[in-house]
Design a protein around this ligand. Structure first.
Ligand code: HEC
Length: 77
C-alpha cells in the first residue's frame, strides 16, 4: 500500500518539474500577450515604443507620459 504522504510528495515533485519546464515558455507567451494588449489598448496614446508619442497623443490635454522611464527606473521591467 502506498502511503498518502508518498503520493502527495510524488505529485508535488511532478508539479514542480512540470512547472519549471514550462516556466520559460509561459513567460514568453505572457510577454507576447502583453505586447499585443499594449498595442491594442495603450499604444494609441503612449506610442508603440511607449515613448508617449502615439497617434492621438497630440490631442490629449494631459500629455501621455513616456513609459520607458518607468521601465528604466524598475530595472527594465
Ligand atoms: C486615451 C489615452 C491613453 C490610453 C489609451 C492609455 N493611457 Fe496611460 N496615460 C495616459 C495619460 C494622459 C497619462 C498621464 C495621466 C496623468 O499624469 O494624470 C497616462 C499615464 C499612464 C501611466 C503612469 C505613468 C507615470 O509615469 O506615472 C501608466 C503606467 C500608463 N498610463 C499605462 C497605460 C497602459 C498600460 C495602458 C493600456 C492598458 C494605457 N496607459 C492606456 C493616456 C493614456
Amino acid at each position: 500500500m502506498v502511503s498518502a504522504r508518498f503520493v502527495v510528495s510524488a505529485v508535488a515533485t511532478m508539479l514542480a518539474l512540470v512547472n519549471s519546464a514550462i516556466a520559460d515558455e509561459t513567460f514568453e507567451r505572457r510577454a507576447r500577450a502583453g505586447q499585443i494588449i499594449f498595442e491594442l489598448c495603450c499604444a494609441i496614446c503612449h506610442g508603440r515604443d511607449a515613448e508617449g508619442d502615439g497617434p492621438i497623443a497630440s490631442h490629449l490635454n494631459v500629455p501621455a507620459p513616456d513609459l520607458t522611464l518607468l521601465a528604466r527606473l524598475s530595472g527594465g521591467v
